[in-house]
Design a protein around this ligand. Structure first.
Ligand code: GAR
Length: 207
C-alpha cells in the first residue's frame, strides 16, 4: 500500500508497527504528503520507507496537484492507497480512475459528522456514541461506502480533546484490521456498498 498523510502520522505508525510485528501481511511502498513538515514523513523515513511531499502551492489547481501526487504514489505500484490523516479533498477524476483502491479513515461514525471538527460536532449533537470509520473513497466527500467502524461512548465531562483521544485509540486497530481484510482479498467495493466474501454486507463492526 501507499499511505497519504498530512500530519502526526499515528495511524501510519500503527500500520508500520503491525507490519514489523508480523501481524499484518502487507508492505508500505511509499508515504506521500501535501506538507513537507508532516511528522508522518519522518516516521516513514525512520522506518526506511520512501517518503515524499509535494507542495499544493506549486500547482495551478487542485486537479493538477492531485494528479501529480497520485502519479507519484502510483510509481510505487501500490495495490491500495490509504489516506491516514490526509486532510485534503481529492479530485473526482483521480478518485474515479481508482475505484475500490483508495480508503480513508475518518473520525466519526459515518454517515454522521462528515468533514472537520467531528468530535465537536458529536458533542454539539449530544451524541452518546461516537467512533471512527474506514471507507472507500469516492467522489462524494466522506460519503463512500463504509467498510468498518469502531465505537466508543461519549462520557459526561468529555470535551473535543478527551473524545478525540478515546477515538484515536480505536482508530489504530480499526485501520490495521481493515487493511488486513482488504489484503486478504475479502472486501470489495460494490455498486451500493461493500461486499464481504462476495456478498453484500453492512459495515464490519470491529472491536
Ligand atoms: C485521525 O484522527 C484521522 O481519523 C483524522 O485525522 C487524524 C490523523 O491522525 N482524519 C481526518 O480527519 C480526515 N478527514 P494521525 O495523523 O495521527 O494518523
Amino acid at each position: 500500500m501507499a499511505v497519504l498523510a498530512s500530519g502526526r502520522g499515528s495511524n501510519l505508525q500503527a500500520l508500520m508497527d503491525a507490519i514489523a510485528e508480523g501481524t499484518l501481511e502487507a508492505d508500505i511502498v511509499g508515504v506521500f504528503s501535501d506538507r513537507s513538515k508532516a511528522v508522518a514523513l519522518q516516521r516513514a523515513r525512520d522506518a526506511g520507507i520512501p517518503a515524499r511531499s509535494l507542495a499544493p502551492k506549486a500547482f495551478a489547481s487542485r486537479a493538477e496537484f492531485d494528479a501529480a501526487l497520485f502519479a507519484a504514489a502510483d510509481e510505487a505500484r501500490p495495490d491500495l492507497i490509504v489516506c491516514a490523516g490526509y486532510m485534503r479533498l481529492i479530485d473526482a477524476a483521480v478518485v474515479d480512475a481508482r475505484p475500490g483502491r483508495i480508503i480513508n479513515i475518518h473520525p466519526s461514525l459515518l454517515p454522521e459528522f462528515k468533514g472537520l471538527h467531528t468530535h465537536q460536532q458529536a458533542l454539539d449533537a449530544a451524541a452518546t456514541e461516537h467512533g471512527a470509520s474506514v471507507h472507500f473513497v469516492t467522489a462524494d466527500l466522506d460519503g463512500g461506502p463504509v467498510i468498518a467502524q469502531a465505537r466508543v461512548p461519549v462520557l459526561p465531562g468529555d470535551d473535543a480533546d478527551t473524545l478525540a483521544a478515546r477515538v484515536l485509540e480505536r482508530e489504530h486497530p480499526l485501520l490495521v484490521e481493515t487493511v488486513r481484510w482488504l489484503a486478504a482479498g475479502r472486501i470489495a467495493l460494490a455498486e451500493d456498498g461493500i461486499q464481504v466474501d462476495g456478498v453484500a454486507s453492512p459495515p464490519l463492526q470491529l472491536a
